[in-house]
Ligand binder design. Structure first.
Ligand SMILES: O=C(O)[C@@H](CO)OP(=O)(O)O
Ligand SMILES: [Mn+2]
Ligand SMILES: [Mn+2]
Length: 579
């Protein structure tokens, strides 16, 4: 099937191109579905970070009171099922890759499985093509006289970046004439265990020492925790990006160290410190001078492949006109992203690997067929139901038919302090949109299970799950009133498992004898439920698609709007049996 990956054996590129051309030639008009009627309002609810796992004390969804989600599961067995949300089902390299919001919402919105950034970068590095592309040639121009700066997330989480890719990139540049390299690290603790930053920095230091032996001047220049430095998203808090800018570009930060391993160890020794929120620091020489500010003539690569948390720094590095914070200095550099992070903005202008071409998404089809759409979340997840949903494309397809509403998120806090987040406000907006009768599809993301799950705070995550359940209930109640249909699902797991386990599933203990708290997403499947008075009698999940994943949801939703899905979409999960 076009664009699908089955164990990542693609059909030939020319087949794909031919089929794509054929599809582009065809019209946007979708055929009427023979059984599902048109004109039913559909509420599409994505619970972020809400997987299905064994009920135990580390399963916050199980621990929380979730009467609404329980009733969906237990009420109508033929209208509740699980779908895959990780690994190759969402275009990731292996079945060991946990799902994430980008790949999850891409699959939900696009209805097909695209090889995602992680995989595309792997392939480009393995073939060496990454070093032959326009983006690499562009930065290489600076190797002779300038410094190459690499900025990104240092872990093997595989959600935004991967250490082994950074290592291959370092090897590649060292073989291609680089003279001076500075790495600006962002510590993780969100996609990997808290505390693992120390090991990653030691590994990197070792790699850089090897480069130095080869005569390349290679050092770590700055650092900070990903949630506090650089990796904000959807313009929630420019202060985060500014802290990174000051350290990376200006070489200024309140904390100065002469060695990065020492920096991480010292900063982690502070009470309540964790990898996600380490303060910014710069590495200085024996005279106290920063070893790697970014200056005119340098090259910069942001080595994360995932887009959302790179768009803001990309704007700061690239835009001549920029008013989000005072950059103090705007060095003339050659900048490339690992990927293009925003296809619509064409940002950044230079990149090392082409992103997946996610075209003809369900949102685009539906507006072409007159479906009026409302999408809403709070800032930290707003782009998930818009940008990711629409294939990493910002903006509307058709402003007359679409309305996207962003509820400002709290900033400057960790979400265990406010575990209810804006779930209620999102649900109220969705309710009002449904009751207004102005929309055919009302789409939301409820962030609680994920954002609070990432803090590793079990009690707060239980509160978060309850709040998300209440929000689902409010939206479903509105759908009941207007005779509509609801579709409830999630983008990947998180809150259903908060502990690191051994292969047999037993919680693992850390050196301190306590269980190791899991802040990351999981490999679990997610629920998919349909219902509501607008669902015709006999509508139910097919039982011949046992391996369905998130990419099957788009065709399902298109059917519920009364249309046949495009022929190259992953198959629908619904059918109507005669009653
Ligand atoms: O916060 C994020 O960036 C990721 C985890 O790295 O979570 P999600 O994919 O749910 O957005
Ligand atoms: Mn998510
Ligand atoms: Mn998450």
């Amino acid at each position: 099937m076009i664009n699908s990956v089955s164990g990542f054996v693609f059909e030939s590129e020319s087949d794909r191109k031919k089929e794509k051309k054929a599809n582009m030639g065809s019209s946007w008009k979708l055929a009427d579905h023979p059984k599902f009627p048109k004109g039913k309002q559909v509420a599409l609810i994505v619970l972020d970070g809400w997987g299905e796992a064994k009920p135990d004390e580390y399963n916050c969804i199980h621990k929380a009171e979730t009467p609404c989600m329980d009733s969906l599961k237990n009420g109508a067995p033929e209208r509740w099922r699980l779908v895959k949300a990780h690994g190759t089902a969402v275009g990731l390299p292996t079945e060991d890759d946990m799902g994430n919001s980008e790949v999850g919402h891409n699959a939900l919105g696009a209805g097909r499985i695209f090889a995602q950034g992680a995989k595309l970068v792997d392939l480009a590095l393995a073939s060496g093509k990454i070093f032959e592309g326009e983006g690499f040639k562009y930065i290489k121009e600076s190797f002779e006289t300038g410094t190459l700066h690499l900025i990104g997330l240092l872990s093997d989480g595989g959600v935004h970046s991967r250490l082994d890719q950074l290592q291959l990139l370092l090897k590649g540049v060292s073989e291609r004439g680089v003279k001076r390299v500075r790495v600006h690290i962002l510590t993780d603790g969100r996609d990997v265990l808290d505390g693992s930053s120390v090991g990653f920095v030691e590994t990197l230091e070792n790699d850089l020492a090897n480069l130095r032996e080869k005569g390349i001047d290679a050092k770590i220049a700055s650092g900070g925790g990903r949630m506090h430095v650089t990796m904000d998203r959807y313009e929630n808090d420019w202060g985060v990006v500014k802290r990174g800018w000051d350290a990376q570009v200006l070489g200024e930060a309140p904390c100065k160290f002469t060695n990065a391993v020492e920096a991480i160890k010292k900063l982690r020794a502070e009470p309540k410190a964790n990898d996600q929120y380490l303060p910014p620091f710069v590495i200085v020489d024996e005279n106290g001078k920063a070893v790697g500010p970014i200056v005119d003539g340098d090259a910069v690569v942001t080595f994360n492949f995932r887009a959302d948390r790179m768009v803001m720094i990309a704007k700061a590095l690239e835009y001549e006109n920029f008013d989000k914070f005072d950059r103090v200095r705007f060095p003339k550099i050659r900048y490339a992203g690992m990927l293009e992070y925003d296809g619509e903005l064409k940002l950044p202008s230079h990149y090392l690997v082409s992103p997946p071409e996610i075209d003809r998404t369900s949102g685009e089809y539906l507006v072409h067929n007159g479906i009026r759409t409302f999408a809403c979340s709070e800032t930290v997840k707003f782009g998930h139901v818009t940008f990711f949903w629409n294939g990493n494309r910002s903006g509307y397809f058709n402003q007359e038919l679409e309305q996207y509403v962003e509820i400002p998120s709290d900033s400057g806090i960790t979400f265990n302090e406010q575990p209810k987040m804006k779930a209620l406000e999102i649900a109220e907006k969705a309710r009002d949109a449904i009751l207004s009768g102005k929309f055919d599809q009302v789409r939301v993301n409820l962030p609680n299970g994920d954002m609070v799950g990432h803090t590793g705070d079990i009690e707060a995550t239980v509160v978060a799950c309850k709040a998300a359940d209440e929000a689902v209930k409010m939206i479903i109640d509105a759908i009941e009133k207007v005779g509509g249909i609801y579709v409830v699902t999630a983008d990947h797991g998180n809150a259903e498992d908060m502990v690191k386990r051994d292969k047999s599933g037993k919680p693992l203990l850390g050196k301190d004898g306590k269980v190791q708290i899991l802040t990351s997403h999981t490999l679990e499947p997610v629920p998919l439920a349909i219902g509501g008075p607008g669902l015709i009698p006999g509508a139910r999940f097919r039982n011949d698609v046992p391996t369905g994943g998130l990419a099957n949801v788009a065709a399902t939703v298109i059917n519920l709007h009364g249309f046949e899905a495009p022929s190259d979409y992953e198959t629908t999960l619904v059918e109507v049996v005669d009653k």
